[in-house]
Design a protein around this ligand. Structure first.
Ligand code: SF4
Length: 282
């Protein structure tokens, strides 16, 4: 690979999801962002896309229009787009499974009312695409919502998956804190709170202070540095572990394959892990 080609592999910006993937496994990041190997979103990711889109339009309505009825109407309008999406078609769901998908999506959408009264939210922005430089790192993030509460600015992110156990929540909290840092950089005002709205479950909220931003920003900077080194040298390390059994690129990764075989030998892998079928281990 020529020097120019390796430099081309350096992305123009780092998003929280790209950064988190690189931290998880540099090789996995390469398969996804450099080689662009297919990794079609599964059912839960598509469900999240559907719920996000309905809520995005709902919160753009005037406050008194943000009703469940309006949400249902929006869901009906947006549904054909989801239903005809090639990734959704690739799931090959039968009639009952499609009904179940719609039911779960509606539960997520309606789940917003368990967390807040949408008509009382003072929305400043939805799906705000923020591109700034943070600590020398070109950063891009799409913030689900920027709200106002009195004089304070709040960043909020919808989550349609399960609330993670405490030890796994750090990654998601870091993400909203980076959004807060990006909003500060773009608008000159530091949001006071960052929120994760786990639809239908609970809200996880954190105060945004200079101190709280330190670790996520330092981590972003380190990841960017390591990513540049990896792209320039075209050397991406593998980080093997239980997640290899769920990695969509395992058939391209000898280290990952060996890890999965070992997990199987030690009976330490769930029977529904996708790698088992991909590697013909069942
Ligand atoms: S199989 Fe494991 S080591 Fe290989 S790319 Fe995926 S996560 Fe990384």
């Amino acid at each position: 690979m020529s020097d120019n080609q390796t430099l081309e592999n350096i992305p123009p910006y780092l998003s929280p999801s790209s950064s988190s993937l690189f931290e998880q496994c540099a090789m996995k990041w390469k398969f996804s962002y450099v080689d662009r190997l297919p990794d079609p979103p599964g059912e839960s990711a598509l469900l999240g896309t559907f719920a996000h889109e309905v809520l995005e339009f709902l919160l753009q309505e005037t406050p008194h229009n943000r009703t469940k009825e309006k949400a249902r109407e929006l869901a009906r309008v947006i549904w054909p787009k989801i239903e005809n999406d090639t990734d959704f078609l690739a799931l090959s769901l039968d009639e009952d499974e499609v009904r179940n998908f719609k039911w779960k999506s509606w539960n997520a959408i309606e789940g917003l009312w368990k967390l807040e009264e949408p008509s009382e939210v003072e929305v400043q922005d939805t799906e705000r695409d923020v591109r700034v430089v943070l600590e020398g790192v070109p950063f891009r993030g799409v913030v689900d919502r920027v709200d106002k509460e009195g004089q304070s600015v709040i960043v909020a992110d919808y989550k349609s998956g399960k609330v993670p156990q405490k030890r796994y929540a750090g990654d998601k909290i870091r993400q909203v804190l980076l959004y807060a840092a990006a909003i500060r950089e773009a608008d000159g005002e530091l949001p006071s709170k960052a929120r994760l709205l786990f639809l239908g479950q609970e809200t996880i909220e954190t105060e945004v202070t200079e101190e709280a931003l330190e670790e996520p920003l330092q981590r972003l900077k380190n990841t960017w540095k390591q990513l540049n080194v990896a792209c320039t040298s075209n050397m991406f390390s593998t980080t093997t572990g239980p997640l290899c059994a769920w990695c969509p690129f395992v058939t391209h990764c000898p280290d990952g394959e060996e890890q999965v075989r070992q997990l199987v030998r030690n009976k330490r892998v769930r029977h529904d892990a996708p790698a088992l079928e991909a590697l013909s281990l069942i």
